[in-house]
Write a protein that binds this ligand. Structure first.
Ligand SMILES: CC(C)(COP(=O)(O)OP(=O)(O)OC[C@H]1O[C@@H](n2cnc3c(N)ncnc32)[C@H](O)[C@@H]1OP(=O)(O)O)[C@@H](O)C(=O)NCCC(=O)NCCS
Length: 189
């Protein structure tokens, strides 16, 4: 397997939708919504692919998206999914790090996201990256599942000499708790 990440293109839409539907089932985004995301100048979507897979359908290993209008100062993690066969070995974390790096490049100070309250794996990933819970949206998802609203204060890039310790690759976010953000977040996960 040879895994690499690159910016997603509209030409990737079909295979992204295969993994989207497999992952999120009834909550999968409509294809048109995903297309708009991929086309948006304010969005930054990455895919991870296995360059050596013979089977085209096995090539897409994951995708993740950031929405961060340039100059806006804030961003949203729109979605992330990793193919079931390759979960648990660091790809999700790698995709998230890459989105946070892009957010920093866009001078984003804070990144927000929403995650299902019943998704402990994703919540653990986000918390380990420094995201903090800032509110709950009751019965936000299909089936009456709450959404946990989280925020990361984007840490500065750290260049540290080899052997100087691995703590806080993305830093810890501020501990301040704030009222829930009122922006329309219908399309976020
Ligand atoms: C959430 C998801 C993207 C994580 O991707 P992944 O490649 O499996 O994650 P990683 O291997 O990079 O693990 C990152 C962290 O996630 C958490 N995690 C991953 N697998 C876990 C498991 N089986 N149990 C508990 N925590 C787990 C851990 O905190 C892990 O960090 P650690 O390895 O340092 O302990 C993936 O599970 C997925 O696609 N899930 C379905 C879609 C989804 O829920 N998306 C999020 C919507 S908000």
């Amino acid at each position: 397997m040879s895994v690499f990440m690159r910016r997603a293109k509209v030409g990737d839409l079909d295979r992204i939708m295969v993994l989207e539907r497999e992952t999120f089932e009834d909550d999968a985004w409509p294809e048109d919504a995903m297309r708009r995301e991929l086309e948006s100048p304010h969005a930054f979507y990455l895919i991870a692919v296995d360059d050596e897979a013979d089977d085209e359908s096995a090539r897409l290993l994951g995708y993740a998206g950031l929405l961060a209008p340039k100059g806006g100062g804030q961003g949203d993690i729109q979605t992330i999914a990793v193919a079931p066969a390759i979960r648990g070995i660091g790809l999700g974390r790698g995709l998230m790090h890459a989105l946070i790096t892009e957010a920093r490049r866009r001078h984003v100070a804070e990144i927000f996201l929403e995650v299902r309250a019943d998704n402990p794996i994703a919540r653990a990933l986000y918390e380990s990256l420094g995201f903090e819970e800032i509110g709950i949206r009751r019965r936000y998802y299909r089936g009456g599942i709450d959404a946990v609203h989280m925020r990361l204060t984007v840490p500065p890039a750290v260049a540290r000499p080899a052997g100087a310790g691995a703590a806080g690759a993305t830093g810890a976010a501020s501990a301040e708790r704030v009222a829930i953000d009122s922006r329309d977040t219908e399309s976020k996960r």
